[in-house]
Design a protein around this ligand. Structure first.
Ligand SMILES: Cc1ncc(COP(=O)(O)O)c(C=O)c1O
Length: 501
């Protein structure tokens, strides 16, 4: 059959599933039915069903063996309920205090609903028009909060890891260009780059090392700086380390100050670090993936003083602005430095068609196709408002402080630090046990048994080689009673281990 005839005679297979003017009613009905399943998910008693991984694997396979077989919406929703919704982790549950997963606000969900349906790709003006302007507006809003100049610019990214990648890439290529006239983007690696060194606190996020490796510089290019008793980078140690590396023949190019470390929520002292960075003529990146959003609060103004001296900032709205994953931004003080990232493709954004009035956001991003993540933040800022967000953030910080004071004198626990943000790291100390390895075992037992039973999810980490447990508090509706309930369960599990072993 001729192709033309085939096209003319095509049957109406599945076209009702295409989102267009003919599927409006179906779309509305689908969304309504799906919403019922989502809201039922919220009614679960526990943060997790506690199902064994083996039992979960034994459930229905994801895809049917018969590709001809399709499900109705009711069948598909029921299947995904049994496979996923009934057994997934509820971040909004008060007994989920493990990782940096925040509960999300309703306006952000609206933004995501629209972004998914309209499906804008924020790459080029001819794909995103008004969305380009909304993303630019949100970036300007956050840059202004950090007192960055008009010459600054930024872009939404997939998360803190990608934002930190962009920061290290910019720092490396800028240093190579300004000091050695090297154009790494064009010509690739040069031997001198093997001597480049990046400094960050020993409590910095692992993405600094990982990104250094991805950039071809290797883990060894990252020099960890000791922290003080408050888990903050020691500026004196930084200055000494920079000198030491220079004497070894290495070339310091950047320092990363963490604005809210992943485990301890500690803020590196920005002002002395900025002074050292300036004197050493090196890039200062502020990794504010966790603590950056506290720029909205009154509780952390002191800790954020000096951030305006940074050359670039990472900020994650999907950690501390109640946004669904992904929502994150990378901001550079000088927009000119995006030249180390930009690329011009004939089919997309030819250089000769560059037009300031109609910007192509792809020129600032390492992604090509990119979701319109700024929209959900726009809805949040418009509907929830910064005052409420600030109140939420202050509340979870106060909650961490209150928890610290409630358990610090309890002989069953040993505190690792005083909370500066909204995490608390501590460990259960069984009476009469001196062997550190036994404490490690008991703490892992507490964490694992609470998780498996679906009673609570707490995180674990290591401090000086010992296992500690961590509460990450991101839900402003959680109460101190909720947390003390988890503490009670932890004690019970700790005693249970001691009795049975
Ligand atoms: C301080 C810090 N930086 C970077 C990251 C990486 O962020 P993402 O998970 O969004 O890639 C994290 C994640 O926990 C973090 O805590």
């Amino acid at each position: 059959m001729l192709i033309e005839t085939k096209l003319k005679q095509r049957p109406d297979i599945g076209t009702a599933h295409l989102f267009d003017v003919n599927s409006k009613k179906t779309y509305a009905a689908y969304v309504q039915k799906t919403t019922a399943y989502i809201t039922n998910f919220l009614d679960q008693d526990h943060f997790y069903s506690g199902i064994e991984p083996k039992a979960l694997r034994a459930k229905k396979t994801l895809l049917s063996a018969n590709p001809e077989e399709t499900l109705t919406i009711d069948e598909a929703l029921q299947e995904i309920k049994e496979l996923y919704l009934d057994h997934t982790i509820s971040f909004q549950h008060p007994t989920y205090v493990a990782h940096l997963n925040c509960p999300v606000v309703l306006p952000a969900l609206l933004g995501d609903l629209i972004a998914s349906a309209v499906n804008t790709a924020v790459e080029t003006w001819d794909q995103s028009t008004a969305a380009t302007l909304i993303e630019e507006e949100v970036i300007r809003w956050i840059s202004d909060l950090f007192h960055f100049p008009a010459s600054s610019d930024g872009v939404f990214t997939s998360g803190g890891t990608q934002s930190n990648f962009m920061a290290l890439l910019m720092a490396r290529d800028h240093y190579a260009y300004t000091h050695y006239g090297l154009n790494i983007k064009q010509h690739g690696w040069s031997d001198v780059v093997s001597k480049f060194r990046i400094f960050c606190s020993e409590k910095a996020h692992f993405s600094i090392k990982k990104n250094a490796a991805l950039l071809g510089m290797g883990y060894d290019a990252v020099i960890p700086i000791t922290t003080d008793t408050h888990m903050k980078m020691d500026p004196h140690a930084l200055a000494l380390s920079i000198e030491r590396e220079k004497q070894k023949g290495n070339i310091p190019i950047a320092v990363v100050a963490t604005i809210g470390t992943t485990d301890f929520g500690s803020f590196d002292p920005l002002e002395p670090i900025a002074t050292i960075a300036k004197e050493s003529k090196i890039w200062l990146h502020a990794d504010g993936a966790y603590g950056g959003c506290y720029v909205l609060t009154e509780t952390h103004t002191k800790q954020l003083k000096g951030i305006e001296h940074a050359d670039s900032i990472t900020i994650d709205f999907h950690k501390t602005l109640f946004q669904p994953v992904c929502s994150s931004a990378f901001i550079a003080k000088e927009k000119e430095n995006f030249k180390y990232i930009s690329h011009y493709a004939d089919y997309l954004n030819p250089l000769e068609s560059r037009n300031e009035e109609q910007p192509n956001l792809i020129e600032k991003s390492i992604q090509t196709t990119r979701r319109f993540d700024a929209l959900k933040l726009w809805f949040t800022l418009k509907m929830t408002g910064v005052k409420t967000i600030a109140y939420f953030l202050e509340t979870v910080h106060h909650l961490a402080v209150a928890l610290y004071h409630s358990i610090k004198d309890d002989p069953c626990f040993e505190m690792a630090h005083q909370p500066e943000l909204s995490t608390l790291v501590f460990r259960y100390k069984a009476m009469g046990i001196t062997a550190n390895s036994m404490h490690d075992t008991i703490n892992m037992y507490i964490k694992n048994t609470l998780f498996k039973s679906g009673q609570a999810s707490v995180a674990s980490t290591k401090l000086d080689g010992s296992v500690y447990l961590k509460f990450t508090l991101l839900n402003p509706k959680t109460t101190l009673d909720d947390l003390m309930h988890i503490i009670g369960m932890m004690k019970q599990k700790g005693q249970e281990y001691s009795t049975n072993n």
